[in-house]
Write a protein that binds this ligand. Sequence first.
Ligand SMILES: *Cc1c(COP(=O)(O)O)cnc(C)c1O
Length: 371
Amino acid sequence: MVDLVGQYQKIKSEIDEAVLNVIGSSAYINGPEVQSLSRELEAYLDVKHVIPCANGTDALQVAMMALGLKPGDEVITTSFTFIATAEVIALLGLTPVLVDVLPDTFNIDPEAIKNAITPKTKAIVPVHLFGQCADMEEILAIAKEHNLFVIEDTCQAIGAEYTFSDGTVKKAGAMGDVAGVSFFPSKNLGCYGDGGAIFTNNDELAEQLKVVVNHGMTVRYYHDYVGVNSRLDSIQAAILRIKLNKLDEYTAERQRAASYYTQAFAGCKKISTPATGENTTHVFHQYTLVLNDVDREGLQKHLGDKGIPAPIYYPVPLHMQKAYIDPRYNEGDFPVTEKLCKEVISLPMHTELDEEQLKFITDSVLEFVNR
Ligand SMILES: *Cc1c(COP(=O)(O)O)cnc(C)c1O
């Protein structure tokens, strides 16, 4: 699915030098590399504050803690996402309120958000799924009207851009009150271990985020809040700084691979290729097809036999995950999500796909589908 070694080989000398420098410096935690990465990400995203942390899941949890969300508060999010989004809501004793997604972009449906709002609703968590922004203009308007926080889960969409109707362009993660990103190795901006960051334009919230990630500590050894320990280490920051410089190039490589796939499948009625929403760019964290009347397991096996991985993101809607079974929800409540879970399949997507590989993959898919 990803070729991290191939990507590393191309930047090996730079990476090796940066990593060895950190080891030689002994500033392993919160060293200058971490500070520099934060400043460079702030510039790249055009946000005021970037607070690094240990992973994307923590980023979302810390954001909710710093906003002061309390048990019983309802948080609206999508039924079609990676589990981490709902997991942190549940862990904090907040109530996840799930809503369906749009069939073309797979992103949270703003109309469904409106219908899910109650007096207990405190926040909306849009997920910019697979690399394109949710409909943020609508979502921010709903949030404003009902006085709700917007927490962007931008783990899959760093670098994506959203254009508002007044022409303003903003990056994913720079639009809500706060956003969380993951630097997991296979994410679009990935380090060589775990990593994450939280973004905000709000000065006060930024201070609180820094307190929460550091054991709720305001003054050394004075703990005013119950916090967590969530840090990005300096070696990962050094690697991320090099890769951030290349992020736009990497995104272009992903987009090039995506357009090859889309062209190759254009004539095939049994395959729906991913649609990009009107106001957003797509950075293709995943390239995900919807199959119409195709034996998905058969296709997966056919591709697997040829050495082509083709995973299902995601096979089970959140409301049907065992740990999240809830009497409020039944099978059939989120028809778009449920249909997608049965019909989607993702193809290899990374920065090192060459034309020969792309042709082999698309030929192999079509060979099975057109049988
Ligand atoms: C990867 C991911 C996360 C979690 O990030 P980690 O760094 O693995 O903790 C959260 N939400 C979404 C949508 C993700 O894809």
